[in-house]
Design a protein around this ligand. Structure first.
Ligand SMILES: [Zn+2]
Length: 159
């Protein structure tokens, strides 16, 4: 279940033909645009909307918490763990080089953000199987523990 969120309202609009991506989000405008095709597959609207909402949560997380998430990812990469919990993170993961990681390049930081949003969507959208859920179960479990331990679920997640 989605934890309580705290912050100003975010406007969500459905567009008939959004373009190449299923969603477009503006954090400063507090606006999420979703392609109408997300309504066609059961659960997809929820999964993609939660992903987009967690972009707002990511920018509000303390730096230390974001770094802690990066540590989770580094541990996985050190063990050559394949897969992700969404395509948005997965294609970025596939393109990462060792130097992206070491220098914390823009590509690395973007991957960290997308994997966080995909993991939140996986956890909170409430269904366990999807073509995009390719991370091995043991590591899904680890991500779930991290999210439950690090998101201020009881007081409301700032967005
Ligand atoms: Zn995203």
């Amino acid at each position: 279940m989605l934890p309580r969120l705290s912050g100003r309202p975010i406007r969500v609009e459905i567009r008939r033909c959004l373009g190449p991506h299923l969603a477009a989000t503006s954090i400063p405008r507090r606006l999420v645009l979703l392609d109408a095709s997300v309504l066609h597959r059961r659960g997809e609207f929820e999964r993609i909307l939660i992903h987009e909402i967690f972009h707002f949560a990511w920018v509000r997380l303390p730096n230390a918490t974001r770094q802690s998430w990066e540590e989770v990812l580094i541990t996985e990469l050190d063990r050559n763990v394949p897969g992700e919990l969404g395509w948005s993170a997965e294609w970025r993961k596939c393109k990462l080089s060792r130097s992206d990681r070491q220098s914390r390049t823009r590509a690395w930081r973007r991957y960290a953000c997308e994997s966080f949003c995909d993991s939140a969507a996986w956890l909170f959208a409430g269904f366990r199987t999807h073509d995009d859920f390719t991370l091995p179960p043991r590591f899904r479990h680890f991500r779930r523990n991290w999210l439950e331990a690090n998101l201020p679920v009881s007081s409301g997640v700032p967005i």
